[in-house]
Design a protein around this ligand. Structure first.
Ligand code: PRP
Length: 211
């Protein structure tokens, strides 16, 4: 049976394509893409489409994609009707709590304002700490929000740490480790079990893949 795979555009895209190629998938058209969004594998009975991270979960949850490749950050923020079956080992970064140097939001008493692209993750973190938190949703360049005084701190992803550093921010806590994950539609896990297990086997990391 044919397998439909939703791939996340952007940060994870290059590494996902590299991994598929390395594991013997025929992804020439994905590499040469212009504005095209759907691609047929040239070696296997697999179709790919490129979507934004949140949409990757949506397509998998609705069964339009049998399998998805998406970051753990997006999975932690929303969606739950899928099986997360594999840590693909790339796209490694961390969810952190950051703030201006010398102004730790975790030590602030009373009402704390936190800027983030991930309101659910941030709310969950501060509520667990029993803090009186107000989450301010930011769509990008989150580091700017404490610099300009909109927030006392941020919850964001950090990869190299360069963006924090260059804007005078420091890490006050680490919330979770993040990497790319393989998710599977629940029905497809039954009806296309053989195909799903095959791609898991193909993409599973082994000794040679160690970073
Ligand atoms: C992410 C994140 C940080 C930055 C971290 O933003 O929100 O801003 O990358 O990376 P670093 O630790 O290597 O500096 P992204 O590049 O996705 O842009 P955006 O904030 O505009 O969404």
């Amino acid at each position: 049976m044919s397998l439909a795979i939703a791939l996340t555009k952007g940060r994870l895209e290059k590494k996902t394509i590299e991994l598929l190629e390395q594991k013997g998938y025929g992804i020439e058209s994905l590499k040469a893409k212009g504005r095209q969004l759907v691609f047929q594998d040239t070696k296997k009975d697999v179709k790919y489409f490129l979507v934004k991270a949140n949409d990757c979960i949506t397509y998998v949850e609705h069964g339009v994609a049998d399998v998805g490749v998406v970051g753990k950050d997006t999975l932690m923020e929303g969606g739950k009707d899928y099986y997360e079956l594999l840590d693909l080992g790339f796209g490694r970064c961390k969810f952190i709590v950051g703030g201006m140097e010398g102004k730790n939001p975790l030590e602030k008493t009373g009402h704390v304002k936190i800027g983030t692209k991930y309101p659910n993750v941030a709310l969950d973190y501060f509520q667990r700490k029993g803090m009186d938190v107000e989450i301010i949703k930011i769509d990008g360049s989150v580091e700017l929000s404490p610099v300009l005084g909109l927030c006392d701190g941020i919850v964001d992803i950090m990869e190299t740490g360069a963006t924090l550093k260059e804007n005078g921010l420091v890490v006050y806590d680490e919330v979770a480790d993040i990497s790319a994950r393989l998710i599977v539609n629940k029905a497809a896990f039954k009806t296309k079990r053989e195909e799903v297990m095959q791609i898991i086997k193909d993409l599973e990391r082994n000794e040679e893949d160690a970073e």
